[in-house]
Write a protein that binds this ligand. Structure first.
Ligand SMILES: [Zn+2]
Length: 99
């Protein structure tokens, strides 16, 4: 995984690559930082790669990638903060969705 479309964040990209290479993928990742540094884009690329059921290439058409591209993959959720907080209702919805 090259993360070519993500500019900067080299330390984070190296960390994620190392996780992939050693097959040491954690159960969750939290991407934090100031706005506009590429957190969302990087997290989405990483998630798509990890969730892929086939060849993990850009134009993969496996079931997982199609769900992901359609915005309805059951194992990927983005919670948008409201100001500096995350609403409890968003967390409850996430919990209901995954269990
Ligand atoms: Zn795929």
């Amino acid at each position: 995984m090259k993360f070519e479309s993500v500019i900067g964040n080299e330390n984070v990209k190296d960390y994620l690559r190392k996780n992939l290479e050693t097959n040491n993928i954690l159960h969750s990742y939290l991407f934090l930082g100031t706005e506009g540094i590429g957190k969302l884009k990087l997290s989405k690329e990483f998630a798509k790669f990890v969730l892929c059921l086939k060849n993990q290439e850009e134009n993969c058409t496996c079931k997982s990638c199609l769900c992901y591209q359609g915005g309805n993959h059951p194992d990927f959720t983005v919670i948008n903060e409201d100001g500096n907080t995350i609403k409890i209702e968003d967390v409850r919805n996430l919990t209901r969705k995954n269990y």
